[in-house]
Design a protein. Structure first.
Lengths: 113, 114
């Protein structure tokens, strides 16, 4: 079955450490996205990539970095510069041919201690 | 700038009762409109979408939504709620353009009483 895999489901890190969240999709989608979810704030776009080796900042990119070396993979690094990194992180993907249908992964809950 | 407002943070309904979740959007033209559902600790599942055509759209799990251009609204409805519908619901808009970026509302948490 096609879908998006995010690992791990729960991640704990000490303050000041960088951490990388994994996102892999086998849907052959061109575009991939990272959203952050906080209680009462909905989902906010961190970064998105429409094609391999290209990505753009979303609304809250500060303190985060991404790469898109392969079509299937879009890892997100939460750096020590992110002031409040504890959140639920959702990866998503879409294909232009599917008329803006965005598919979401199961999410990773990051807790920084 | 695009924005989405879900005025109800939390709603409680009795099982078997009807449900309406409100969504208002701000956008210069007709956007793409979506409703997603999220169970605790899970990703988002698409319930339904509006792109064009008939303003009443049917989705999965017995949900429907109506696009009203004059009110800039896209309210979600279900005639009879089941206990399994308890979840958080998100309305989202997408621009008709090159990217599939979505702007989300803050969500409505639905509780279902027996």
């Amino acid at each position: 079955d096609g879908g998006i895999t995010q690992s791990p489901k729960y991640l704990f890190r000490k303050e000041g450490q960088n951490v990388t969240l994994s996102c892999e999709q086998n849907l052959n989608h061109d575009a991939m996205y990272w959203y952050r979810q906080d209680p009462g704030q909905g989902l906010r776009l961190i970064y998105y990539s429409q094609i391999v080796n290209d990505f753009q900042k979303g609304d809250i990119a500060e303190g985060y970095s991404v790469s898109r070396e392969k079509k299937e993979s879009f890892p997100l690094t939460v750096t020590s510069a992110q002031k409040n990194p504890t959140a639920f992180y959702l990866c998503a993907s879409s294909s232009p041919g599917d008329s803006h249908l965005v598919v979401f992964g199961p999410g990773t809950r990051l807790t920084v201690l | 700038a695009q924005s989405v407002t879900q005025p109800d943070i939390h709603i409680t309904v009795s099982e078997g009762a009807s449900l309406e979740l409100r969504c208002n959007y701000s956008y210069g033209a007709t956007p793409y409109l979506f409703w997603y559902v999220q169970s605790p600790g899970q990703g988002l599942q698409l319930l339904l979408k509006y792109f064009s055509g008939d303003t009443l759209v049917q989705g999965i799990k017995g949900f429907e939504a109506e696009f009203k251009r004059s009110q800039s609204s896209f309210n979600l409805r279900k005639p009879s709620v089941h206990w399994s519908d308890a979840a958080e619901y998100f309305c989202a808009v997408g621009a008709r353009g090159a990217t599939n970026k979505l702007i989300f509302g803050t969500g409505t948490l639905l509780a279902v009483q027996p």
